[in-house]
Design a protein around this ligand. Structure first.
Ligand code: ASP
Length: 327
């Protein structure tokens, strides 16, 4: 029987980390080929192409590199792969997943995974996560679901998933929405149908800068006041509660929003921003009047990715339709 073709790329992260000197901590050293060797069962499921595109901690990934990974993934699908799996560090997985999801215009699944325990650690979760991710990438039911994250037996939609624990094995969740599916006895089980996707063209420029500032109690406005002078092209605020800032911040945001797009997201880690509820200065009604856009369910980091991509393809005027897509 002809096995389906699957492409895997390794970018680094804990899944590929080992200690090279005792007592010095783990660093990315394990290639994609070696990761593949840890899941021999995969050879019974697919013909696999594997490439090591990077050996980086995910904190050091950047948008330009991700665009090159995306073009590699597209090429693999053009060459007949029915799905693509990318292994990377978990620290920025929620952001790379979102980045790829806005740009992945294929029906084939693009699946991201990683590990919370390094390659040589007892109970390492890298091999099982990789195998699960491949199962998801190979499943017919994964078509038209865009980019998904597979970790610890759960499948999460790119737009919903967040890293919500720093070290636990169960580090990823999709607040409010829950996982899109599960691996049950090695079988992919989706809990809901695919939802319509919001796609963007590839950015024509990559030099745009989008600032992300978090509101905090009694915070000064020094950084905020300098955003325009520093040359930022957009601003995201991780705001209090349902999308609120202090009256002092609101006054500065009004000036900034006259010049560049400003998105107000919630710093709470779960839930949507409000639109019609609070009338105080710095509340969401005031901020909307001052020209800011509310992020809805998008967390601050995902909102920053969206704005970077929109500015990169000169579509910032369409921001509202990406924040509140028709259901
Ligand atoms: N702790 C991270 C991980 O889980 C390191 C990284 O993101 O590269 O992979």
């Amino acid at each position: 029987m002809d096995l389906p073709k699957l492409a895997i790329a390794a970018l680094g992260g804990t899944v590929s980390m080992q200690a090279s000197h005792a007592g010095e901590g783990v660093i990315p050293t394990v290639s994609g080929e070696t990761l593949l060797a840890s899941v021999p069962e995969l050879t019974t499921l697919a013909r696999v192409t594997v490439e090591t595109l990077g050996l980086l901690p995910s904190a050091s990934l950047n948008f330009e590199f991700l665009l090159s990974v995306l073009s590699w993934a597209r090429y693999q699908v053009e060459q007949g792969a029915i799905g693509v799996v990318i292994t990377q560090g978990t620290d920025t997985l929620e952001e790379t997943a979102t980045f790829f999801d806005y740009l992945w215009d294929r029906n084939e699944p693009l699946v991201l995974t990683g590990a919370m325990r390094s390659a040589a650690q007892v109970g390492a979760d890298g091999p099982v996560n990789l195998l699960d991710a491949c199962r998801v990438a190979l499943a017919d039911t994964s078509q038209q679901r865009g980019v998904q994250v597979v970790m610890n037996g759960q499948i999460h939609q790119a737009g919903h998933v967040r890293k919500t624990d720093s070290l636990a094995l169960q580090a990823f969740s999709s607040p409010v929405f829950g996982p899109a599916g599960l691996l049950v006895e090695n079988t992919v089980r989706y809990l809901r149908a695919p939802t319509p996707r919001m796609l963007l063209p590839l950015p024509q420029q990559t030099t745009q800068k989008i600032a992300l500032l978090e509101a905090s109690l009694s915070a000064d406005t020094l950084l905020l006041e300098n955003i325009l002078e520093l040359g930022y092209d957009g601003l995201v605020i991780a705001a209090f509660g349902a999308g609120h800032v202090s009256a002092r911040w609101a006054a500065v945001i009004e000036n900034i929003a006259k010049k560049i797009p400003v998105i107000i997201a919630t710093r709470t880690g779960s839930g949507a921003t409000a639109q019609f509820s609070y009338g105080f200065v710095g509340g969401e009604i005031d901020l909307i009047r001052k020209g800011a856009s509310m992020a809805g369910f998008l967390c601050p980091r995902k909102a920053r990715i969206l704005l970077w991509l929109l500015v990169g393809c000169q579509r910032q005027d369409e921001l509202a339709s990406y924040l509140y897509p028709p259901l």
